[in-house]
Design a protein around this ligand. Structure first.
Ligand code: SF4
Ligand code: SF4
Length: 195
């Protein structure tokens, strides 16, 4: 009786194991039919979405040294160095810097700057060997990054969010192709037609 019980348990385990192997193999076979969607970075780069929060751009001439950006920053990060010009009776900006080794790219400073001196760019590859190099002064902050779509050394690939319905392979769609979904003016037009 004991022997028969053991045989029964063994058969049950063997069936369970075969089921797990079958499940694993079905995933493997499913992936064998798919094409690789690897992006060959840095020769290929994904086009960041419109609201991507990348490295901050700063316009020195627009800054009025109000320090709103410092107050709204969760970590009081931007360093605004200014002097008071007694002749003109106004603040004069001397230097401005943001350390991207510390910044969390929340975008508060950009949102609340009263003169729009700050803006988000699509630059995301900020890696350096020395973290102190990430402390950008006003000159470094004033540089505009090369757009992925305009860089002659890079092949721009459409992000999944930009691909037409049913397409999952960004390599097949040229970056100049129409983006997925309706544009705001098209949505407004469709809404007014439905009224
Ligand atoms: S909020 Fe804008 S204008 Fe004010 S100090 Fe910051 S960058 Fe300059
Ligand atoms: S993006 Fe956020 S964390 Fe970075 S400097 Fe601006 S407010 Fe501070």
């Amino acid at each position: 009786m004991k022997f028969l019980n053991k045989v029964g348990e063994y058969t049950k385990d063997a069936i369970q194991a075969a089921k797990y192997i079958g499940q694993g193999m079905s995933v493997t076979f499913d992936h064998m039919r798919r094409r690789p969607i690897t992006v060959q970075y840095p020769y290929e780069k994904l086009i960041p979405s419109e609201r991507f929060r990348g490295r901050i751009h700063f316009e020195f001439d627009k800054c009025i040294s109000c320090e709103v950006c410092v107050r709204v920053c969760p970590i009081n990060l931007p360093v605004v160095d200014w002097t008071f010009n007694t002749e003109m009776k106004k603040k004069e900006l001397k230097s401005y810097s943001i350390d991207f080794g510390v910044c969390i790219f929340c975008g508060n400073c950009v949102e609340y700057c009263p003169t729009n001196a700050l803006s988000m760019t699509e630059e995301y590859d900020l890696s350096t060997f020395d973290r102190h190099e990430l402390n950008f002064d006003s000159v470094a902050l004033g540089r505009m990054p090369t757009k992925v779509t305009e860089d002659p050394f890079v092949k721009p690939i459409r992000e999944l969010a930009y691909l037409p319905k049913g397409v999952i392979e960004g390599h097949e769609v040229p970056h100049t192709a129409r983006r997925a979904g309706l544009r705001p003016e098209e949505i407004a037009e469709a809404t007014s037609e439905n009224k």
